[in-house]
Ligand binder design. Structure first.
Ligand code: ARG
Length: 565
């Protein structure tokens, strides 16, 4: 309908193309202002008239089509009031299709998403939770648009810190303790290294020597490192399983250890490498950036070197059109440097295809989160705590569920609650963590959306003869809350496109809440399971479509749903 209205308007205005009119055409926030509104401000300059007059002029020239009830001007706006049943039919015609919200824009082109990427021998903390949920959601969103996505976990599994860890383990470690406590024990050893090294600086040299051994393929060094790696990955995978997150590649920093030498050669050939106190750098002062460090003065490569190698490898291997990096905003400079170096190496595509997607902090706002040792917060513990909190609520609300159903619902709703809280606010904003809010079944929360989904399911379960069909009486769907719900349903495809364009899952999270709220108003105002079959059928079809879009929206956020909770 928007397209049809845009066509009518653009036929009357020489200065604006159809596409420009489409862009200007708004969906007003209040029903009194019509279903679509066209602002005339932009025309005032070229037409040399007050926008109000332009609105009236255009309005008087338009012949009212049969799907429009009336056209009015209000100030500089032309407001279109559609015939409600024609609108309902049009929305449902499209939304009833399984492909509603899917696109083929991507046309099979590849997008690499580098996300989660926790550090081996360090805990998977709330910050990594954010990159994991944002990256996973972007994966879902871009897949829906027809892109092929490579999900890459760039584990922090290489670097001098492993030399330190090996020294600490050899001096003060205990095999059984590491086996039993995993990352927690590795972190203890790492902290211990630093306090001991303060007293005995020789330890630093020893650590450097061990990392050097790792880099030169020493068997013992690599064996210990690999052990720490396996222990860590196993723990990370436990968290991923809980969240239902998967990767196509676990190619961390160590994967590039034999690929940094060619980076150094390439930089040298391009005359980009400079000496700086024995280290090698790329000078970026011309671009107002600190130099990009490539080799330390002991000759070892670093984080940035491995990232440059990774870009080259991924371009060669996956031929991506875009490569997205989801990390905290404190890595802004790092990625700006890496991307700039790629440009200086003459890779034209670097400018538009390499994209850093930063996000804000998770602030704990004085909240008490259960921790393993006083101050380190593991994502896994947060998820588990959410699950147990939700379980209590479900036990109370729905004691009739089987034990199995309760387990399943608690896991899906508990994890979903945390994920939803992370994704609801714009990614660049800090997220505050408040248990009371996160696990609430009311307000802008995951459980609220999931509960609305379960409500739709229960309504449809209780109507025995429901079939999903377009053959319904659309005049039944013309009351205000039905129209408002249909408007939300109508928005779904454009919401996905906007979320993708802005790399912003919060657009979908907000939409899911809007849709759930619109449905709950519809449900309060209209009885669904009524005797009149016509009325019942029409309302059930809208309920069923809402249910599907709620499920799809949650899925785009990486959140599941359950039929009963
Ligand atoms: N391991 C890093 C961290 O925990 C994130 C890695 C991001 N990806 C990359 N290609 N640098 O902060």
């Amino acid at each position: 309908m928007k397209e049809k209205i845009a066509k009518i308007i653009s036929d009357k205005i020489e200065d604006l193309s159809y596409e420009q009119v489409m862009e200007l055409l708004e969906q007003p926030p209040k029903p009194e202002l019509g279903d679509y509104a066209f602002p005339c401000f932009r025309l005032a300059k070229t037409m040399r008239k007050a926008p109000q007059m332009i609105a009236e002029d255009i309005c008087s020239q338009i012949e009212k089509p049969d799907y429009i009830d009336r056209i009015e001007t209000q100030g500089a706006y032309i407001n279109f009031f559609t015939l409600k049943d024609a609108f309902a039919k049009e929305v449902i015609d499209r939304a009833i299709e399984d492909t509603y919200g899917s696109f083929d824009t991507g046309n099979g082109k590849t997008i690499c998403i580098d996300y989660s990427s926790p550090n081996v021998a360090k805990n998977f903390h709330v910050g990594h939770l954010r990159t994991t949920v944002i990256g996973n959601s972007l994966y879902k969103i871009y897949s829906k648009l027809g892109y092929h996505v490579e999900r890459i976990n760039h584990l922090g599994d290489w670097g001098t810190q492993f030399g330190k860890l090996i020294v600490a383990y050899k001096n003060w470690g205990d095999e059984n303790l590491v086996k039993e406590k995993g990352i927690e024990e590795l972190m203890r050893l790492y902290v211990l290294f630093h306090s001991e090294a303060e007293k005995n600086p020789d330890l630093e040299d020893e650590a450097r020597a061990w990392f050097h051994k790792m880099e030169t393929g020493d068997e013992e060094a690599l064996e210990i490192w690999k052990w720490f790696f396996d222990i860590s990955l196993e723990e990370f995978k436990r968290t991923y399983k809980l969240m239902n997150v998967e990767f196509d590649h676990y190619t961390g920093e160590s994967f590039y250890r034999d690929k940094t030498e060619s980076v150094v050669n390439e930089l040298t050939e391009h005359g980009l490498l400079q000496d700086s106190d024995g280290a090698k750098i790329v000078d970026l002062s011309e671009y107002d950036m600190a130099p990009c460090l490539i080799l330390k003065n002991d000759g070892s490569s670093i984080y940035a070197t491995r990232d440059i190698a990774a870009v080259e490898y991924r371009k060669k291997t996956y031929n991506f059109t875009k490569c997205l990096y989801v990390t905290g905003q404190e890595q802004k400079l790092h990625f700006a440097q890496v991307f700039k170096v790629m440009e200086l190496l003459g890779y034209e595509w670097a400018k538009d295809s390499l994209i850093h997607i930063p996000y804000g902090l998770v602030s704990l706002g004085g909240e008490k989160l259960s921790t393993r040792d006083g101050n380190v917060i593991y994502a896994e513990d947060i998820l588990k705590e959410a699950i147990s909190k939700i379980k209590e609520i479900i036990n109370e609300k729905n004691p009739d569920l089987s034990e199995e159903e309760k387990e399943e619902a608690s896991r899906i709703v508990g994890v979903g609650a945390v994920v939803f809280n992370d994704l609801y606010n714009q990614r660049i904003k800090d997220v505050s963590f408040k248990w009371e809010h996160i696990t609430s079944f009311e307000g802008e929360t995951g459980p609220y959306v999931q509960y609305t989904y379960a409500r739709c399911s229960s309504i449809l379960r209780n109507v025995n003869d429901f079939v999903l069909t377009k053959d319904i009486d659309y005049s039944i769907l013309t009351d205000q809350s039905s129209v408002e719900l249909l408007k939300e349903i109508n928005r779904f495809p454009s919401v996905i496109v906007e979320a993708a364009d802005r790399y912003e899952p919060s657009v979908i999270a907000r939409y899911a809440v809007d849709l759930a709220q619109a449905f709950n108003r519809f449900y309060t105002d209209n009885r669904i399971a009524v005797d009149d079959k016509n009325v019942r059928d029409s309302r059930c079809v809208v309920t069923s479509i809402t249910r599907r879009i709620l499920k799809d929206s949650l899925d785009l956020l990486g959140i599941g749903c359950v039929e009963r909770m």
